[in-house]
Design a protein around this ligand. Structure first.
Ligand code: SF4
Length: 463
């Protein structure tokens, strides 16, 4: 990797003869480096490219030389976006690659390294039951989270995956799902029972969203549900779908905290849908529930197994997720599925169609909803991924900056191609299941469905 960067620098200085500012040089270095990663193109391959050959013949000088080379490299690096997006903007930060992979090795069977315990909940039954499961783990007591010293140097390596915080949660009990500007909202609400995750997905936004190096687990369930009840009963926001899976995998730690049984009893009498969203197959507690309520939906995020292997570390395999869904359908649960994030690569179509075939084979089409969304992320995630997962290639796709919400997305043309195909694959099996797009604009809805869906229309389909 390093040798490559050195030869890129020598190429730009000696062969191109470019004497531009450091930022400009860094942009070109990134483009050449990413072309090498994506296509395995050496500098000799680049030099054989007809446009590069013409560039050398022109013998341009100064800024013109820089602009011309950048234009050619951008067209090679972003072949779809450079032709189809009139104002496309590439993200070309300086290369700052780590000496080694910083990704910590975690255990699939989660055992915390340390347990932080808030004093106000230390004697509650749930706290005692969690502590009983890990008698040998070091315990640290505290009064307020803000008093715990933060080891910032550890943050990037640990990412809050090793420690748990047993806390007294009394803020932000319910909040709206952080949709994205100008996207058609599906009016989803988040119940803040748990924050953080023991899994380690490369695309997880929690990597830059979390500011605490541990998984927060509320222990004060009585007061938590009392507060939730008073918010839901006021029903200021016309709650209809609510879940715990946005800042937390709803079932990943269920064998430790057994939130599921409390949530099911709490929502049993509410006139709304409650969704457990997961990438796990921890369904033991769900199987113990007698008389499964009709308003509980267990949903899985799905991807081809090769994406699970490289991007969704420590999660259940595709087969394990589908088997869990099949078992829960037999038990009387409703199930849903999220193809989100869909990752675009050469064989994506065949791979995702195969997942859909398997999905319908396992569920026999008894599916409450399917959502589809494509990989998107804030720019800062790219450098985190480069540091934590340097072997990851999917973040070198054709991502361009979407000025509407400052997220990196595939160009419209690619996203439209993904959604059109996914909807057609689903339709081959069933045209009755509600399918919605995740974090997409009204224009994209119109392109895909021929009409702009409103939030109310999407919600009506769930009802
Ligand atoms: S399962 Fe969800 S919350 Fe957990 S690491 Fe993956 S994306 Fe993040």
């Amino acid at each position: 990797m390093k040798e490559n960067l050195n030869s890129i620098t020598i190429f730009l200085e000696k062969e191109v003869g470019l004497f531009a500012g450091i930022n400009k040089i860094e942009e070109l270095k990134r483009l050449l480096y990413e072309l090498y990663l994506i296509h395995n193109w050496s500098l000799d391959d680049i030099k054989k490219n007809p446009d590069i050959k013409k560039f050398f013949k022109k013998n341009l000088q100064g800024n013109k030389k820089f602009l011309e080379l950048k234009k050619i490299l951008l067209e090679l690096r972003y072949p779809v976006a450079s032709k189809s997006e009139p104002h496309f903007s590439a993200y070309l930060p300086p290369l700052n690659l780590p000496e080694k992979n910083l990704n910590p090795l975690l255990n699939k069977d989660f055992v915390p390294e340390k347990i932080f315990i808030q004093n106000s909940i230390k004697n509650l039954p749930l706290t005692l039951s969690v502590l009983k499961k890990f008698p040998k783990v070091h315990q640290i007591h505290f009064d307020k989270i803000k008093d715990i010293p933060k080891d910032k140097t550890k943050f990037l390596t640990d990412m809050g995956k090793r420690d748990i915080y047993l806390i007294d949660e009394s803020f932000d009990i319910i909040k709206p799902c952080p949709c994205t500007k100008k996207a058609v909202s599906c009016n989803y609400f988040i119940l803040n029972l748990g924050f953080g995750c023991p899994y380690d997905c490369s695309y997880c936004y929690l990597q830059h969203y979390m500011n605490i190096t541990g998984i927060l687990l509320p222990m004060n369930l009585d007061s938590f549900f009392k507060q939730a009840s008073s918010i839901l009963d006021q029903n200021k926001f016309n709650f209809f779908r609510i879940g715990t899976g946005e800042f937390f995998d709803s079932l990943a730690l269920d064998s430790i905290v057994n939130y599921s049984s409390h949530l099911i009893e709490f929502f049993r009498t509410k006139k709304m849908l409650f969704e457990f969203k997961t990438k796990s197959n921890n369904i033991e507690n769900l199987l113990k529930i007698k008389d499964v309520p009709k308003n509980i939906v267990i949903s899985w995020s799905l991807n081809p197994q090769k994406i699970i292997d490289t991007e969704e570390r420590y999660t259940a395999s595709l087969k394990e997720r589908l088997e869990a869904a099949q078992t829960l359908i037999a038990k009387g649960y409703k199930v849903g599925f999220h193809f989100d994030p869909i990752i675009y690569y050469a064989e994506w179509k065949e791979d995702y169609e195969e997942v859909l075939n398997l999905l319908f084979e396992y569920t026999k089409g008894k599916i409450s909803w399917i959502s589809v969304g494509s990989l998107r992320f804030y720019r800062k995630l790219k450098s985190i991924v480069e540091h934590r997962f340097p072997e990851d290639s999917y973040f070198y796709g054709e991502f361009i900056l979407d000025p509407q919400d400052n997220k990196m997305r595939y160009p419209n043309l690619i996203r439209k191609h993904i959604y059109t195909n996914m909807l057609a694959f689903i339709k081959k099996h069933s045209s009755k299941i509600p399918v919605y797009l995740c974090m997409e604009s009204a224009e994209m809805y119109k392109e895909i469905y021929g009409t702009i869906k409103t939030t109310q229309e999407i919600e009506k389909e769930f009802k």
